[in-house]
Design a protein around this ligand. Sequence first.
Ligand code: 6GU
Length: 231
Amino acid sequence: MRIDIITCVPDLLQSFFQHSILKRGQANGVIEVYVHNLREFAVNQHGQIDDYAFGGGAGMVMMIEPIDRCITALKAERHYDAVVYTTPDGELFSQETANRFSLFGNIIILCGHYKGVDQRIRDQFVTHEISIGDYVLSGGELAAAVISDAILRLIPGVMNDETSALTDSFQDGLLAPPVYTRPAEYKGWQVPEVLLSGHQAKVDEWRMEQSLLRTKERRPNLYSNQTEIHF
Ligand code: 6GU
């Protein structure tokens, strides 16, 4: 899988993708991430990529031409399954969206900035408009990093233990149960007895109970979606 990210602050993203688990995925050759500096596609020597909004008002708008140039250059090289635009007015990102996107081959992510991009970009190029939550970020770069991480960690060969992505919180619509490691007792604080019992069926049952309990307490909406399945 290949992700091309278009941004006017490439430095913000470069270091993110050179660390974390995504570094190994790239070294293994199972994923590729490229960060493109929008300023290299600017229309003039000043590197201009934004301009005043028609009709007035505060805030600059990202111009259509640099973005068109960049996306068109990428599309000339290969097919893209999605052109994602990060924006607070987009569709809310979820594990389900990440799962769906992880099946794509090539994706472009366009990072929004300022007051957003010229609407014609959204009309002509963007296939998916995504928000990562109901709050406003100063730029789409953190959102692009969040979206890329959530997608790419699902690709086989990116994570150490390939089965572990399937047991994450949300992957079955439930929050993950508590986990413990050695020592079994620390300052008198005990690990639950059942986890030391060696009785796998009992451990599985305890984990499911804990998942349901956590989900009920913390995310009642998720819990009510799930009760029919587990009882
Ligand atoms: Cl995708 N972008 C920005 N700028 N703010 C956000 C967001 C995205 N998602 C939530 N807030």
